[in-house]
Design a protein around this ligand. Structure first.
Ligand code: NAD
Length: 497
């Protein structure tokens, strides 16, 4: 059986801790390989390599750094099918969705190719007599990204492409559930011409994460995963003097006003609630129809669509969704469904008993639809992260805005309506970081920026876009004068008076 090690200083290295983690094929339920879990000293080897590579890489001019990323993009595109199969077989998402995961990452690589323009500083001529002021954005040094299982291509690329383009050297600690794609991306980055040590991958669990937090040579951490871990990394990273951005869980709502095109709403909602088995931080696990009539119509239209979902093995091209990532996660999702029933929600479609013929040991479950969820129900207040859609009935617009605004998570939200005034007011008022108007999954394009609010995001700078460049650089401001004759001493702080 294959055992994945780490990727340090330009090459694959075997793990030496003796600790291993099983990697499943979620469609069959079989262990297909294992991954080594790094010890503190293995993480330190990666930091040594990244630290050694940093001065040289930071000194490479930005256009040449961009050329490496252009080449990397070309190589990833060539390797797309191989990467998509690797991704699908470890994660369980269907192949077209795996290609989308890689493609969305590549869009951030494309953004990072513009680094010569993005990293330019500012200049003020004659800010004082003979004085010019300019600024430069310099890389931070060795930086790290800790990434979740659900987007094993896109999220590492969000982080490392911008960080490396800015002149940093990078250590990725991917999810132990699906590390093959991040490992392959590091290989391709070397093939694209990045020097050894510029992009390293250390596989592991809490031990590797704590070593990242505590190593004083690592200057910044970007994290994406669940909220409790995000908060742990934010608080402890800051305690160790690091710059940290940490993105957490989500419970995204779709508000449906009575004037919305219900056929379109039902179709969009099915894709955004159940696609990728609901294991997306920008999925829509909550529908909020406004008014009883809207709610009754919506539930009636959703029921046959949920019952008709095509669930199949991840490699099948004609499934709507595949299995969940692990048996433990599937069982957790099922326990939330029982909790919702116990809380008094109406079980319109129950996906718990679903089993796929020929794949009885796979981590499958069917789509579930629950009506009449409410704030205060634990199953509504918490993230479920599975193919489960809960309907919360709102009586009016104000109640509909309050639901996502008052929820502990604030990643994404959407409103479906033909009323421009209502949509504009909703976007202005709602206490959530990313808003869709007639767009169910409002993931911003690469040159804008991604980030949620409240318990969906800790820290003050988002992923990619200009915010990403700010996160991965520090600004230096230079005030210069070239006097013709030597000046006398000045004991008062200089002002513009
Ligand atoms: P997770 O929090 O279990 O794991 C994320 C990372 O943290 C992994 O690399 C993992 O190895 C590490 N980790 C796990 N336990 C740890 C611990 N005790 N101490 C230190 N590190 C630990 O998340 P996941 O299950 O891989 O991913 C799903 C979660 O990620 C969901 O909550 C989802 O909403 C969230 N997510 C958020 C975004 C976003 O942008 N806000 C995007 C994708 C996923």
């Amino acid at each position: 059986m294959t055992t994945h090690g780490h990727f340090i200083n330009g090459k694959a290295v075997a793990g030496s801790s003796g600790r291993l983690h099983d990697i499943f094929n979620p469609s069959t339920g079989e262990v297909q390989s294992q991954v080594a879990l790094a010890s503190r000293s293995e993480l330190e080897q990666a930091v040594d390599a990244a630290e050694k590579a940093f001065p040289g890489w930071a000194a490479v001019n930005p256009q040449r750094r961009a050329r490496v990323l252009f080449k990397f993009k070309e190589l990833v595109e060539k390797d797309m099918e191989n990467l998509a199969h690797m991704l699908s077989s470890e994660h369980g998402k269907i192949l077209p969705d795996a290609r989308g995961d890689i493609q969305r990452g590549l869009e951030v690589v494309e953004f990072a190719c513009g680094i010569p323009h993005l990293q330019k500083g500012e200049y003020t001529e004659s800010a004082g007599p003979g004085i010019d002021v300019y600024s430069m954005r310099q890389p931070l040094g060795v930086v790290a990204g800790i990434t979740p299982f659900n987007f094993p291509a896109m999220i590492p690329m969000w982080m490392f492409s911008v960080a490396i383009a800015c002149g940093n050297t990078f250590i990725n600690k991917p999810s132990e559930k699906d590390p093959s794609v991040p490992m392959r991306l590091a290989e391709l980055m070397m093939e694209a011409g990045a020097p050894e040590g510029v992009l390293n991958v250390v596989n592991g669990d809490k031990e590797a994460v704590d070593a990242i937090i505590e190593d004083p040579r690592i200057k910044a951490i970007s994290f994406v995963g669940s909220s409790d871990i995000a908060h742990y990394i934010y608080a402890n990273g800051a305690k160790h003097g690091k710059r940290v951005q940490a993105f957490g869980g989500a419970k995204n709502h779709m508000i449906i006003l009575p004037d919305a095109d219900m056929e379109n709403v039902a179709n969009q909602l099915i894709g955004s609630a159940y696609g990728s088995a609901g294991e997306r931080c920008m999925a829509t696990p909550v529908a909020v129809p406004v008014g009883e009539g809207t709610a009754d119509r919506l539930v009636e239209m959703l029921k046959p669509r949920v019952e008709g979902l095509r669930i199949g093995p991840s490699m099948s091209e004609d499934s709507d969704l595949g299995p969940l990532v692990s048996a433990a996660h599937r069982d957790r999702v099922k326990s939330y469904i029982q909790m919702a029933v116990d809380e008094g929600q109406e079980l319109v479609v129950d996906g718990r008993e679903f089993s796929l013929q020929g794949y009885e040991n796979g981590f499958f479950m069917g789509g579930t639809l629950l009506d009449r969820a409410k704030p205060g129900h634990k199953s509504y207040d918490e993230e479920i992260f599975g193919p489960v859609l809960q309907v919360v009935r709102a009586q009016n617009f104000e109640e509909a805005v309050a639901l996502p605004s008052d929820h502990q998570y604030g990643n994404g939200v959407a409103i479906f309506t033909r009323n421009g005034d209502a949509a504009r007011e909703f976007a202005r008022q709602v206490n959530v970081g990313m808003v869709g108007v007639n767009v169910p999954i409002p993931v911003p394009v690469a040159y804008h920026t991604f980030g949620g609010w409240k318990r969906s995001g800790f820290g003050d700078t988002n992923q990619h876009g200009p915010e990403g460049v700010r996160f991965w650089t520090k600004i230096k401001t230079i005030t210069q004068r070239w006097p013709e004759d030597i000046q006398g001493s000045e004991f008062v702080i200089p002002t513009m008076n």
